[in-house]
Design a protein around this ligand. Structure first.
Ligand code: BES
Ligand code: MN
Ligand code: ZN
Length: 486
């Protein structure tokens, strides 16, 4: 897909050359900035009750006399926010996605002007609506012929809006990579596959990658990560990818992604229904890869390190058992009361490993708890951090990127739940507050770090009819990292 800017000629929007013209209309009535043939159609439809100036309402018109583009779609942008613009574009693409449109021009009417954030959101919405998973179903044919999208704007705005489009493309490409990895089934997307993906991004964008295997992890003493991996015949990978875009002395941002390529629950096995969705349990890892790609492709002046502990969680004759005690890389011992609470067991060693990079900040991203889905549903990711400034940076990045998070508590009282007679901590507490005790567990490994945790169990994929990976939170993370670049 090609995204560009286009300056309207003297004939205005009616004269724009494209297969389809999308007019994003703001305000509460037809605005005087719209040329007669377009204004007439929109005015008549509004009067007839077929169009309303509410976010997401659309009107399709074919071969309007006096308009050069064969197809015209009007879409209302509601309150004029970037969020509503995104909603309008997604709604407008429904009739265009499956038709004959190859070249789409997108314009504004209603007195509001494009901003770089709007240009970025336009790209994100188009990429989201036209994504099609084909890896294991090559017979799936793309409904969309869309090849170019041009943003119609004033000449003086071209430079700044082109910047918005480029940023949007980088984020969209990173998000698509994350979706593509996470959508692949467990027999395709293995720890080795994730390592290959990291190497591929490294080759394309100039990153440095190191992949540790089981022996390396044994030498280091990653007893907790190794314990989860030991039940599987699939070799574990501990992936470290580095983008050195900043000055040598700049402390890096470290992202740690949960890379469970399939979570059966282990001996504490999960029920059969919907277990297939546990192929998405590497969504955190996928978002780290997508963010590395986005940040590197923009050549951001920042040092960014992605750490991905990757393995399967399987029941077998070699698997960990409830009650087993293991020693983590930090030296702290853990009683594994539930083998299905495996995410925290692989992340804790990765967090300790992150210390060696003397990071500015560390953010881990994980499909960690079903409890987080109960708490926040599928709209906002759960954010945990004792560091107010870091929490606010991440929340702000989420709002800007239209990939929102919500802060959850970390009071010391929740830590009681992890006490046990047999080790420094248990890996689970009671059911109540499950996403918080999971975060409290991780926090025990972050004494030397500025740390935040994103629980993306509710946002990394969609279930049911629209089942599929979302690529979240690549937009949030990319905004966060870019805001830290010099
Ligand atoms: N990967 C799951 C979390 C999950 C479950 C995400 C369902 C999305 C949907 C994680 O490894 C897990 O199994 N967590 C357990 C923890 C429990 C045993 C304390 C859970 O949430 O049930
Ligand atoms: Mn689990
Ligand atoms: Zn899991």
């Amino acid at each position: 897909m090609d995204f560009k800017t286009q300056v309207a000629g003297s004939a205005g929007l009616a004269g724009v050359a494209a297969d389809a013209l999308l007019v994003l209309v703001g305000g509460q009535a037809v605005h005087e900035d719209l040329e007669a043939p377009l204004a007439d159609v929109l005015g008549a439809a509004t009067k007839d009750g077929d169009f309303a100036f509410k976010a997401g309402h659309t009107l399709y018109a074919h071969r309007v006399a006096g308009v050069k583009a064969a197809r015209v779609v009007f879409a209302a942008t509601g309150d004029g926010s970037v969020k509503h613009l995104r909603k309008a574009v997604l709604a407008a693409l429904a009739p265009l996605r499956s038709g004959g449109t190859k070249a789409l021009a997108v314009a504004l009417s209603g007195g509001h002007a494009w901003t770089a954030a709007m240009a970025e959101a336009l790209v994100g919405a188009v990429a989201e609506a036209t994504y099609l998973y084909r890896e294991t179903k090559p017979s799936a044919t793309p409904a969309s012929k869309l090849a170019t999208v041009s943003l119609v704007c004033a000449k003086g705005d071209v430079a700044v809006l082109s910047g918005g489009l480029r940023r949007g493309e980088a984020i969209a490409d990173g998000t698509t990579l994350a979706r593509e990895c996470a959508n692949r089934p467990g027999n395709h997307c293995t720890p080795s596959f994730l390592a290959e993906q990291a190497r591929k991004i490294a080759k394309e964008h100039g990153l440095k990658v190191e992949v540790l295997d089981r022996k390396d992890c044994e030498k280091l003493g990653m007893g907790s990560f190794l314990a989860v991996a030991q039940g599987s015949d699939e070799p574990l990978k501990f992936i470290v990818a580095r983008w050195n875009g900043g000055a040598k002395a700049d402390a890096p941002v470290v992202l740690v992604g949960k890379g469970i390529t399939f979570d059966t629950g282990g001996i504490s096995i999960k029920p059969a229904s919907e277990m297939d969705e546990m192929k998405f349990d590497m969504g955190g890892a996928a978002s780290v890869l997508g963010t590395l790609k986005a940040v590197a492709s923009l050549k951001a002046k920042v040092n960014l390190i992605g750490i991905i502990p990757a393995c399967e969680n399987m029941p077998s004759g070699r698997a960990i058992k409830p009650g087993d005690v293991v020693k983590s890389l930090s030296g702290q011992t853990i009683e594994i009361l539930n083998t299905d609470a495996e995410g925290r067991l692989i992340l804790c060693d990765a967090l300790t490993y992150a210390e060696r990079f003397k990071p500015a900040v560390v953010v881990d991203i994980a499909t960690l708890t079903g409890a987080c889905v109960i708490a926040l549903g599928h709209h906002r990711s759960g954010l945990f951090s004792a560091d107010d400034a870091l929490a606010h940076e991440l929340l702000a990045a989420g709002e800007q990127a239209l990939d929102p998070a919500w802060r959850m508590p970390l009071d010391e009282e929740y830590d009681e739940a992890l006490k046990t007679h047999y080790a420094d901590m248990a890996n689970v507490g009671p059911r109540a507050g499950g996403s918080i005790t999971a975060a409290k567990f991780l926090q025990r490994f972050t004494a030397k770090l500025r740390w935040a945790h994103l629980d993306i169990a509710g946002t990394a994929w969609k279930s049911g009819h629209a089942k599929g990976a979302t690529g979240r939170p690549v937009p949030l993370l990319t905004h966060f990292v870019l805001a830290r670049a010099s």
